[in-house]
Design a protein around this ligand. Structure first.
Ligand code: SF4
Ligand code: SF4
Length: 341
């Protein structure tokens, strides 16, 4: 299988890693078996997050006694030192380990996130201390906002950057990856299937294999998906004219109604958590209706406060009809809530 070196971390890994969201919908033993299968097939890098419900616990179960065989990355959504350290301790317990290979502040996207992270009592100082104590080997960062990701890369403080990159979200190839490479950073690609919107996994992965030095995090909940990822990243790379045509068809289809999670539309004066609510349709592709309601309930309830002012839509660089899409997603959520009763 194709391997890469993750920037200056020294981590050598297969070019595909395991993304820890989809295992939320599996039972504990089923999830652990799937991750051990991935390890048997040569996948050694496993990425999860404190906020992915029971994903960390399942990963801890999967790799008990195998810790030295895997590289584990997780994330904290907390921006302040105290809360970030509480989440780190929780992650260590859930993952049944005494160190995290790569710890990442999760989805740092807004100026407020940035200011808090680096400000007095911000999480960054605490993470550096945790690294000195050996609880963290490397500090990375994740973002969905291109401008913010570039700003974070420019600080020179992070070993890796994790950012969405796929057939329909290609901006990072020219506007982020070169800067990260110049800083010696490792690049982790999230959302290889555009959050479930690209249903031809082979084409999606063949497209990504064209970037030779990135680590592609594939969220898997089936053995077939693991086998497919291993297969695409083994042997000679393939990218045909038919693949290119299919990629273009996805861009044409998704381009006008696809939320890139850049967060430019925020904040909403009514407190609607727009970006997450815009993802509800994707969430339902990954989780059963009952789990989607459970996972997104707090976010979707904020959509009821939308007064249709249209302010958010004027800020969306992709001209998405946000209020209309939010109404559609709320109707879908309400139907799922009814069905789950
Ligand atoms: S249209 Fe709704 S979601 Fe958008 S800014 Fe106005 S109140 Fe907020
Ligand atoms: S709705 Fe538009 S502005 Fe808001 S996160 Fe999605 S793509 Fe970005």
């Amino acid at each position: 299988m194709q391997t890469i070196r993750l920037g200056q971390t020294g981590i050598e890994t297969a070019a595909i890693g395991f993304g820890g969201i989809p295992i939320i919908r599996l039972g504990r033993d089923e999830a652990a078996s799937l991750m051990r299968l991935a390890l048997e097939r040569g996948i050694t890098f496993f990425d999860t997050a404190n906020r992915y419900m029971d994903s960390e616990e399942k990963m801890g179960l999967a790799f008990e006694g195998l810790r030295d065989k895997v590289v584990i990355a997780t994330k904290t959504g907390m921006r302040r030192a105290k809360e970030a350290m509480e989440e780190l301790e929780l992650s260590l317990t859930r993952l049944r380990t005494d160190y995290i290979d790569l710890y990442q502040p999760h989805q740092v996207s807004t100026p407020e996130d940035y200011e808090t992270l680096f400000g007095p009592d911000g999480a960054m100082g605490a993470l550096v201390k945790a690294r000195e104590q050996g609880k963290i080997r490397h500090i990375g960062i994740t973002s969905h906002s291109l401008d913010m990701a570039r700003k974070l890369v420019a600080t020179g403080l992070f070993a890796t950057i994790q950012f969405p990159y796929n057939i329909v979200e290609t901006e990072a190839a020219e506007n982020l990856f070169p800067e990260a490479r110049a800083k010696g950073m490792g690049i982790l690609v999230m959302k290889p299937f555009a959050g479930g919107m690209i249903d031809d996994g082979e084409v999606a992965l063949r497209f990504l294999r064209r970037e030779k030095d990135v680590l592609v995090l594939c969220g898997c909940d089936q053995a077939e998906q693991v086998e497919q990822a291993v297969s695409v990243f083994s042997g000679e790379p393939v990218w045909t004219e038919a693949d290119a045509a299919k990629a273009q068809a996805y861009r044409d289809e998704l381009g006008s109604r696809f939320c890139r999670r850049c967060e430019y539309c925020q904040p909403c004066p009514q407190g609607v958590r727009i970006t997450y609510a815009m993802m509800y349709r994707v969430v339902t592709r990954r989780l059963s209706p009952a789990k989607a309601v459970n996972f997104s309930g707090a976010v979707m309830e904020t959509v009821r406060d939308c007064v249709d002012c249209g302010e958010c839509a004027t800020r969306c660089p992709y001209n998405l009809p946000i209020p209309e899409m939010l109404r559609e997603h709320l109707a879908m959520y309400d139907a799922h809530r009814e069905a789950a009763k």
